[in-house]
Design a protein around this ligand. Structure first.
Ligand code: M5T
Length: 660
């Protein structure tokens, strides 16, 4: 091949593309490369929070994809490749990593985020060179790189967005679009390598091959990780022909600062050194990975630091935990978090109820015994609770660092974390204590009957309080039954509106409206936020007689006149039948050009908060959360033609619908 002497260097070698992406296959085929495709089984589930920058996540994923295939082929395909190429493409916007959408709602979420903005597309490529030695062991050498391209999207209308999503194109593509096809119509400009966006940075790949195959190994400075067959690793100058001269497989542990032998005990992610000499994970990740590896691996593996690691031959796949353990570690961490979720919630509720955060606001730096005394609680229980709060990031332990073993309890003092100062102190403007109390007292007991709720499809109050709650007596018999319950519910709604209100008020420009009426507006905190954001807007609150002065039943009484109606966390309480009844009333009260602002948590198929909240509504009211398109459809059926959706990434999202 005249055009590219680099590609021709690969002829006669068994080159494997560890990717199922048809785009990568096409790009490499087009330049005359001969290769086999063996899609990687590596699941893209690395914990993104463990990486300092998005490209590090992509690089590590590409490495794992390539390594998985390189390690699998000798056993499953009974042949050893010479070179395995893995890649991973991610889109980053607003500090978020977008991969392939899981469904249409996810694609919608991604594309609406990209609309009108510039974002980055990063493709990482990992190249694994495999060399079978005479004793049949295999040496793996790896090099990696990433390429970044900026892409600017035009403003996308709802119609355009949905037409594109309905074309099916977004589903197998990072960020939910394909620049090479219909998605090209969404793009205003790009800065950088086009093929990098499509999924493979060909130019950079050729340069990398050139460094590997055409340069004098002594003069080139391509540093890359080397994983020998026994799982150990070092950094070396690229020189596949001289694998016998690899330097000793040691690197240093950032925690001990002592040289350690990287045996199979080290986490795959922490084990591989990056080109810049940094571990792919930061220090805190070391602690996490190492502690988790204690759970998932044998003790002798963990204690292998400094001790010789028994050689592993290519015939012993069971002793090659490199890829497998990484997947298991992430999955195990996730499942442990889920199993413990209820304990964490209860720790949060209990510490809030005992007013631990208020105490430490007024008296920061108390020792456990002082907290116990102030709470009139046991020392043993208080210390356990405080430590649990520290582990959950609610409190900070001061003096003596993080090791409980190295300090006596007397020296340990506690302070509120930033999160607690913001959301858990009762005098904070964004305090969530009211909502937390509601979750603890009302929602928590209902959730112990989740199985019945799922089987029966009804609310579970009869099991908890012996009271039958139907949609006819929902508020009077449930939330407003006694003064104490009413106040608790009002505090809950008030605290959510306090946190979500500013984002709701500014999700759309509402300055053209002169009068607004918050239907079911409870304590008026959402109304207050709107009035604050729009000084020209006069807002009234309409709710049941026991709640406000301007009172009435949304379903029975005449609605006050306004040119903007607000329905904040109201529709999710009701069945579709009741929602139709309510929207028809609101629509009748609207004149053309006036509007309704629906404030709800929108189901999007990905976030857990709306999905769990939907179960909560089933158990409380027999209502449910809905998707943006379900609300759009409902509103259109009631004469609201122009429907727009804004995601606030807060408790609630916002739908603005203008009456025809
Ligand atoms: C932004 C963009 C992305 N893509 C495709 O998005 C997938 C990313 O996913 P991945 O996880 O990197 O790869 P994969 O498809 O799952 O394959 P695999 O390598 O087996 O993980 C790749 O396909 C890319 O082409 C396009 O086709 N066009 C674009 O404009």
């Amino acid at each position: 091949m005249v055009l590219n002497p680099v590609i021709s260097k690969l002829s006669g070698k068994l080159v494997v593309l560890a990717s199922a992406s048809p785009r990568r296959l096409e790009i490499l085929t087009n330049v005359g490369l001969r290769f086999e495709v063996v899609p990687s089984w590596f699941k893209e589930t690395l914990d993104k929070s463990l990486f300092k920058a998005p490209h590090e996540y992509a690089v590590e994923t590409a490495r794992q994809k390539a390594l998985e295939v390189a390690r699998r082929m000798p056993f499953k395909h009974l042949k050893t490749p010479d070179i395995v190429i893995g890649a991973d493409t991610i889109v980053t916007v607003d500090g978020l990593i977008l991969e392939k959408p899981v469904d249409k709602a996810d694609a919608y979420r991604m594309l609406s985020r990209l609309s009108g903005k510039e974002h980055s597309v990063c493709t990482a490529v990992a190249i694994v060179l495999c060399h079978q030695q005479e004793n049949e062991e295999i040496d793996y050498q790896m090099t990696d790189f990433y390429e970044e391209t900026k892409v600017k999207f035009a403003d996308l209308s709802e119609t355009m967005l949905w037409e594109y999503i309905d074309s099916g194109e977004p589903m197998d593509k990072a960020g939910g679009y394909g620049i090479q096809a219909l998605g090209g119509m969404l793009v205003e400009y790009i800065q950088g390598d086009f093929l990098n966006v499509v999924g493979f940075p060909l130019n950079r790949f050729c340069k990398q091959l050139d460094l590997i195959y055409n340069h004098d190994p002594v003069s080139n400075d391509v540093e890359h990780s080397v994983i020998s067959s026994n799982g150990s690793l070092t950094n070396s100058i690229a020189n596949p022909s001289s694998n016998s001269s690899l330097s000793s497989p040691t690197t240093s542990n950032p925690h001990t600062d002592s040289p350690i032998q990287n045996g199979p005990s080290a986490s795959p992610a922490s084990k591989v050194k990056r080109k810049d000499g940094q571990s792919a994970l930061d220090d805190s990740s070391w602690a996490l990975v190492n502690s988790l590896s204690k759970c998932s691996e044998g003790q002798e593996n963990v204690s292998a630091v400094g001790s010789p690691v028994p050689p592993v031959t290519s015939r012993r796949p069971m002793n090659l935990p490199y890829v497998v353990d990484n997947v298991h570690t992430d999955d195990l961490k996730r499942v442990m978090e889920l199993m413990d979720g209820f304990k964490a919630s209860k720790v949060l509720f209990t510490a809030s109820k005992l007013r631990v955060f208020d105490l430490l606001e007024t008296r920061p730096g108390l020792v456990g015994a002082e907290v116990a005394q102030a709470l009139e609680a046991s020392l043993k229980g208080t210390e356990c609770l405080l430590e649990a709060c520290v582990s959950l990031g609610l409190l900070e332990r001061k003096q003596g660092g993080s090791s409980l073993l190295s300090i006596s309890h007397q020296e340990v003092v506690y302070e509120n974390s930033r999160l607690a100062q913001r959301f858990l102190q009762s005098d904070s403007p964004s305090s969530l204590l009211g909502y937390m109390e509601h979750c603890d007292e009302l929602v928590w007991p209902l959730f112990s009957h989740l199985e019945s709720a799922v089987r029966e499809g009804t609310n579970q109050h009869a099991k908890v309080s012996g009271k039958t709650i139907t949609t006819n007596n929902l508020f009077q018999d449930l939330y407003y039954f006694r003064d104490a319950q009413k106040l608790q519910f009002m505090r809950a709604m008030h605290s959510i509106a306090g946190v979500a209100g500013p984002a709701v008020a500014t999700a759309f420009d509402l300055s053209r409206f002169k009068t607004a009426c918050d239907l079911g507006g409870c304590t008026g905190s959402m109304a207050h936020e709107l009035a604050k954001a729009y000084p020209g807007l006069s807002v009234t609150v309409f709710d049941l007689p026991s709640v406000v002065e301007m009172s009435g039943d949304l379903f029975k009484d005449k609605l006050p006149k306004a040119d903007l109606y607000i329905l904040a966390r109201v529709l999710h309480d009701w069945t579709d039948e009741k929602v139709h009844a309510l929207l028809s009333k609101v629509s009748d009260a609207c004149t053309p050009g006036s509007a309704v602002l629906v404030v709800e948590t929108l189901l999007d198929g990905t976030r857990s908060y709306p999905a769990l909240q939907s179960l909560s509504m089933l158990m409380q009211t027999m209502g449910k959360e809905r998707t943006g398109s379900q609300y759009t459809q409902l509103l259109r059926q009631h004469g609201f033609g122009d429907v727009r959706i804004a995601h606030t990434w807060n408790f609630v999202d916002v739908v603005l619908a203008i009456k025809n």
